[in-house]
Design a protein around this ligand. Structure first.
Ligand code: G6Q
Length: 546
């Protein structure tokens, strides 16, 4: 595809699909007992088994052909060298520079960005250590033990997910909180728990104009000033932003600002100053380990041939389902309680990046782009939506993620968890024929009539794909690798679909539209024209709020 015409590689994939589409994975496993090993890749302490997918060598070759035709290798180079690949916003895309530890300069507009990145990282190190050691205290001299991140979207989901994922590394005496939603409940429920003297607010906003964040920050500022006075603000508020002028206007001393830059997209920003709460929670050394893990994945992505490149392979398999099988969804299921917020984080990363309909050549796409992503922690979700995954009419490819070793090795919990994840992958792939179901029922002593009545219900079509991603343990390094792997997967898919994965005009629309309706709800504007549904709702809500 691309533009209106189908490309050579795309047409080739359509042929391959027509021949391959009914192939059953269980037959492929029987035909090749090395399949598991053949379609697995290792990087450090991570293994990605992608053998339980509807693929064979022919399919993969055709997919690599598409990647080459789309210039994936060149585009990866372009991103790493600071080219302005976010063309609608005329920006470079350099989250990779945030974790680049080498000496190599990275230029944007002829200027090496590495020194400023390292300056901010140094400032984050010094500040997070000072808070943890209690050498930077609150206004009354008390240690700051409650850290509140106020931010939304990209300025919330990454740090929130990572702080939760790295709970075993938390300083014992420091508690972290997140206020994102404009719903007053979010603010009230956090502030109710806190003592102003021991609370540090981190206002995280790239633009420093987001209404939710600024409103929440103002409420928190008032709460603090009411208790400790205006002079206390500089000891209890810091800002993470690209917008110094707005930070000052808000009343936060620019010395208390940790800067980042336009070349860091919101949803790619947890490696930047936006990660400050992570550094405070788990210590800067662990934060740096997370950057190192991401850098290891960056190096792998930038230097490994497509045929052994983990993010590229995951991306291509996603394309295979999305654009050829017509499966426009996938689930991410971490079997690790600490990773329970990973699916929400990835939901933004993937759906905000690739939920696009216009190509880089300014044409409407005539093929599917970003899929719907959902998920939750296993084994819990086995007891909720897995029924549909096994027997529903929708096929949902799954990414299973699991550490071999838990941070809490209690009794045989982890072996049970591990056997569950492996059994799920196997069951989805293998399925159960009616004959197999009948045999099981017979063994269980059921009558012939019962067997005939039940065997359809008890059978599973199988041939349902999954990737299994295994780590030794979810430590900061592993988390860095995992998140960077998904970032690069999403980027690769964006290249293939010829879309810009780095803008988000859909999010901005919401920001503008709410501002138009606000004066009406507040009763300072009247008679603004809307559709009859919106006008009716505005009037009804106003009546209820009187
Ligand atoms: C992320 C998006 C969006 C953004 C939030 C918060 O890529 O741009 O989720 O992060 O809207 O924006 P600010 O950080 O500017 O407040």
């Amino acid at each position: 595809m691309f533009g209106r015409k189908k490309s050579k590689a795309w047409r080739n994939l359509e042929c391959v699909y027509r021949r391959f589409r009914d192939t059953q994975m269980r037959d492929l496993f029987v035909a090749d007992n090395m399949r598991g090993e053949k379609y697995s890749l290792h990087l450090d302490n991570m293994m990605v088994d992608y053998s339980k997918n509807r693929i064979d060598d022919n399919v993969m070759q055709a997919l690599f052909g598409l990647a080459r035709e789309r210039g994936v290798e060149e585009k990866i180079k372009a991103m790493f060298s600071g080219e302005k690949i976010n063309q609608t916003e005329n920006r470079a895309v350099l989250h990779i520079a945030l974790r680049h530890s080498g000496q190599m300069p990275i230029y944007v507009d002829g200027r090496d960005v590495m020194p400023q990145i390292h300056n901010v990282l140094d400032k984050m190190r010094d500040f997070s250590e000072a808070v943890r050691l209690g050498t930077f205290t609150g206004y009354t001299g008390k240690k700051l033990t409650n850290i509140v991140n106020i931010g939304i979207g990209g300025s919330d989901l990454g740090p929130f997910m990572a702080v939760e994922a790295l709970k075993p590394y938390w300083a014992r005496d420091i508690k972290c909180y997140f206020i994102s939603n404009i719903d007053g409940t979010a603010c009230a429920e956090v502030l109710n728990k806190l003592d102003p003297e021991t609370t540090l607010f981190i206002v995280a906003s790239k633009t420093f104009t987001t209404i939710e964040t600024l409103t929440n920050a103002k409420t928190c500022r008032r709460w603090l000033v009411d208790a400790l006075g205006e002079h206390a603000v500089s000891k209890h508020f810091v800002a993470l932003s690209t917008n110094k002028a707005e930070v000052e206007k808000f009343g936060i001393n620019p010395d208390n600002m940790f800067e980042f830059w336009d070349f860091v997209g919101g949803r790619y920003s947890m490696w930047s100053a936006i990660g400050l709460i992570i550094a405070i929670a788990v210590g800067y050394k662990n934060f740096a380990k997370m950057l190192e893990g991401a850098e290891a994945m960056d190096k792998h992505f930038a230097t490994t041939d497509l045929e052994h490149n983990i993010p590229v392979i995951l991306a291509l398999i996603g394309i295979w389902y999305n654009n050829f099988y017509g499966i426009h969804r996938y689930a991410v299921i971490p079997y690790d309680q600490y990773l329970q917020y990973l699916p929400s984080y990835l939901q933004q990363l993937d759906m905000e990046s690739n939920g696009k309909s216009v190509t880089l050549d300014n044409k409407l796409v005539n093929y599917a782009t970003g899929p719907v992503l959902f998920g939750g922690a296993g084994t819990n979700v086995q007891h909720s939506f897995f029924q549909l995954l096994h027997q529903g009419t929708e096929i949902v490819p799954v990414d299973f993620i699991v550490p071999a070793i838990s941070h809490n090795e209690i009794g045989n919990h982890q072996p049970i968890l591990l056997s569950n994840i492996l059994a799920q992958g196997e069951a989805l792939m293998h399925g159960k024929t009616e004959e197999e179901a009948a045999l099981e029922l017979e063994k269980a002593g059921k009558s012939k009539a019962e067997i005939a009545r039940l065997k359809k219900y008890k059978s599973f079509s199988g041939n349902r794909p999954s990737n299994i991603i295994v780590f030794k343990k979810i430590d900061p390094y592993a988390l860095g690798m995992l998140v960077a792997m998904y970032e690069h997967k999403v980027f690769t898919q964006g290249i293939i679909w010829n879309i810009n994965s780095f803008d988000q005009f859909g999010v901005e629309l919401g920001k503008q539209m709410a501002l138009n309706i606000l004066p009406e709800i507040e009763g300072t504007a009247f008679g603004v024209e809307h559709d009859s549904s919106t006008s009716g709702l505005i009037n009804y809500i106003k009546k209820l709020r009187k």
